[in-house]
Design a protein around this ligand. Structure first.
Ligand SMILES: Cc1ncc(C[n+]2csc(CCOP(=O)(O)OP(=O)(O)O)c2C)c(N)n1
Ligand SMILES: [Mg+2]
Length: 344
């Protein structure tokens, strides 16, 4: 295994996946199903939020669905995932059900954190998913600690630590990179560059905005950049980079160029970007449309087949919405459970 993949090999990988065998059409259809589920699920979250039943924060990943689906398709089951508050997609692809995520958002029993954490605190130790964190950049430092644990316990696992372009300015990431390279920790740092940190465009908030992938260079950490719209393309990249991190036990930075179609959170009116630029992105960069076209164009999947998947998901989400009306609030005794209370 190389230490490390050269930029030219990486670039050729982007046009020709080479040694990574592409999965069969049934697997690609399943990725389509997963991305569509996340999209419809989050549209439901938006609706329930607007009705006042989901309180607090709610950050949607609509437009970025290819990222969580591809990483979970490419990872080894023992690899861990940690991310920011924009976490519903990652939670679902790591194995949490729609009910466990939605009930958490609604503060109901059956939520992954017993309905006491909300949208930003979703966990699944069984799915090797460690949140869901509201502190910008926290996932870079916590992910480094998780990679330390993997190495210390000889688990042969890689930690996939996701965070945003805004978080890439956080000092804790730089301290983490120093330790990760020094101690040779198996962590893949993934900057999900969706163009904005709240309402601040990446060019306005980040020095060297077009080179976030190079921010590890001072620590001798290699970095790569790729587009995040095509789930198949992203899968091949995750496969290769996870292998590299696993066999070299050294960190790597991957910057993914993606785009969110909704506001930063539900309360964002989105005045910082024009309607035209948003519509253009929806027309040209939608991961669902890209995969749909690939399935129809290259794999001879019929439009009827696609419609069947769409109808199934619609039915599942409709049922979830109906079920959610009967979910109960946590019992009162839960109030002081799982909470650290200092006694004198
Ligand atoms: C340490 C810290 N500083 C500021 C905030 C407020 N804040 C919440 S989200 C956000 C923007 C982060 O943007 P980015 O990292 O690009 O992630 P995105 O929301 O685009 O996924 C900020 C500044 C916070 N939660 N934590
Ligand atoms: Mg961002």
């Amino acid at each position: 295994m190389s230490l490390f993949l050269s930029q030219s090999s990486f670039s050729s990988l982007q046009t020709d996946p080479g040694k990574i065998a592409l999965p069969p059409v049934e697997v690609l259809k399943d990725w389509y199903r997963q991305m569509l589920y996340i999209r419809r699920f989050e549209e439901l979250c938006a609706k329930i939020y607007t009705s006042g039943i989901i309180r607090g924060f709610c950050h949607l990943c609509i437009g970025q669905e290819a990222v969580p689906v591809s990483v979970c398709a490419a990872r080894d089951p023992k690899d861990t995932v940690i991310t920011s508050y924009r976490c519903h997609g990652h939670a679902i692809t790591c194995g949490l059900s729609g009910k466990e995520v939605l009930a958490e958002l609604m503060g109901r029993q059956g939520g992954s954190s017993k309905g006491k954490g909300g949208s930003m605190h979703i966990f699944s130790p069984q799915g090797r998913f460690y949140g869901g964190h509201g502190i910008v950049g926290a996932s870079s430092a916590l992910g480094t600690g998780m990679a330390f644990a993997h190495k210390y316990k000889n688990e042969d696992a890689v930690c996939c630590a996701f965070f945003g372009d805004g978080a890439a300015n956080q000092g804790q990431w730089f301290e983490s990179m120093n330790m990760a390279r020094l101690w040779k920790l198996p962590v893949l740092y993934i900057v999900e560059n969706n163009g904005y940190s709240m309402g601040t465009a990446v060019e306005r908030g980040c020095a060297g905005a077009d080179q976030l992938w190079r921010r590890g260079e001072a620590f001798n950490i290699p970095g790569y950049r790729c587009s995040g719209d095509d789930v198949v393309h992203l899968y091949t990249i995750f496969k290769i980079l996870l292998q590299e991190v696993r066999y070299t036990s050294c960190p790597i930075v991957l910057e993914i160029d993606t785009y969110r179609f909704k506001g930063h959170s539900m309360s964002d009116p989105g005045h910082y970007r024009s309607k035209e630029s948003l519509e253009q992105a929806k027309d040209n960069r939608d991961p669902l449309t890209l995969l749909e076209n690939r399935l129809i164009g290259h794999y001879s999947v019929s439009s009827n087949d696609i419609e069947t998947v769409q109808d199934q998901i619609k039915g599942e989400i409709r049922q979830l919405a109906k079920d959610s009306e009967s979910w109960n609030l946590p019992d009162l005794y839960e109030l002081d459970q799982d909470v650290w209370i200092e006694t004198p």
